[in-house]
Design a binder for this molecule. Structure first.
Ligand code: BTN
Length: 316
């Protein structure tokens, strides 16, 4: 679009978009209000100098190589929760691949009724609508698929090694950098929709975390020592999500299990498993193709764990 100098004259823009010079001027003003820095020179025209640090759909879509996911992105500066937003849109018949993004969530939700702190323009708070033709029991495999996609995206954009902590946390340097909340609407034998909510701590500083999270949570900024481009990060995340999702749809979790195992933060570790009422200990041995965590009990039995909190106690 831009000339080699970076400048494009008002007349040229007006010709290319088929709108009047006055409309172009108004459009430039609107972009400036949205945070774009645009230089205007009387003789040479306009030049884009800097983009704002915002997750505007068009900024994210510049980075997309997907066919389904993120072709439609809905955006608001502030919402209660992108998961709630997507679930409401899903009920109205929104198509697979729709993504909701917000700069800030006022009621961000985590797993097991926890809150998820989502400060303004610091993270990547998004929810993707999927409609896989799978039974409800297979839904947890999609949460693991999403965790794998997040780990791959973090690695691609930052070069940092990212691990997956079952069932759906992503760690950098042993601290949680992302969490995933998958919510399902289903009939007895068939999933109607999945709201795949991903909270990725991109540019949070120490004070942005609630005090109780500081010991075990981190951000890419803290791990890298410099901020990351959030729009590029979300673009990479959606690219990886689509790839992993399509592979898992076709071949089940088995199709990506090797990569998941390689990145598993807990294999061979002594873990504590908390599933509502009960807390018990064992050694995490493997992940099964149906998404279960296989934990060896003190008596040597392999237990299949489907939904629980797992914390690592010691290496074995
Ligand atoms: C967890 O680790 O407990 C899961 C956290 C999930 C947070 C994300 S942020 C985007 C989406 N909207 C929400 O309200 N929650 C998820």
């Amino acid at each position: 679009m831009e000339a080699a100098s970076g400048y494009l004259s008002g007349a040229e823009i007006s010709r290319r978009v088929g709108r009047s010079r006055a409309a172009v001027w108004q459009w430039i003003e609107e972009l400036r209000r949205d945070g774009y820095t645009i230089e205007a020179s009387p003789r040479r025209g306009y030049r884009l100098v800097a983009r704002p640090d915002r997750l505007y759909p068009w900024e994210v879509q510049r980075h997309l190589r997907t066919e389904r996911i993120g072709r439609r992105i809905v955006y608001q500066e502030r919402v209660d929760s992108t998961n709630d937003w997507v679930r409401a849109l899903a009920k109205e018949g929104a198509p697979e691949g729709l993504v909701a993004v917000a700069e800030e969530q006022l009621k961000g939700r985590g797993r097991r009724g926890r809150t998820w702190s989502s400060p303004f323009a610091k993270g990547v708070w998004s929810t993707t609508l999927l409609r896989p033709a799978i039974p409800p029991q297979a839904a947890p495999t999609m949460a693991l698929a999403a965790a794998l996609a997040v780990a791959r995206a973090v690695e691609e954009v930052t070069g940092l090694a990212a691990a997956v902590k079952w069932p759906n946390d992503v760690l950098v340097g042993e601290k949680k950098v992302a969490g995933i909340l998958v919510e399902m609407d289903a009939e007895l034998d068939q999933v109607r929709s999945l709201a795949v909510g991903i909270g990725l701590n991109a540019n949070l500083e120490p004070d942005d975390f609630p005090p109780e999270a500081r010991s075990h949570a981190t951000s890419l900024l803290l791990a890298l020592g410099r901020p990351v481009d959030r729009a590029a990060l979300l673009g990479a995340l959606l690219n990886h999500l689509e790839r992993v999702y399509l592979r898992v749809l076709e071949g089940g979790l088995g199709a990506v299990l090797d990569d998941l195992r390689k990145r598993a933060a807990w294999l061979g570790f002594e873990v504590q498993v908390t599933d509502g009422q009960r807390a018990w200990e064992g050694v995490a041995r493997d992940i099964a193709p149906d998404g279960a965590l296989l934990v060896e009990t003190a008596g040597g039995r392999l237990e299949r764990v489907y939904a629980a909190d797992v914390s690592v106690r010691a290496a074995r």
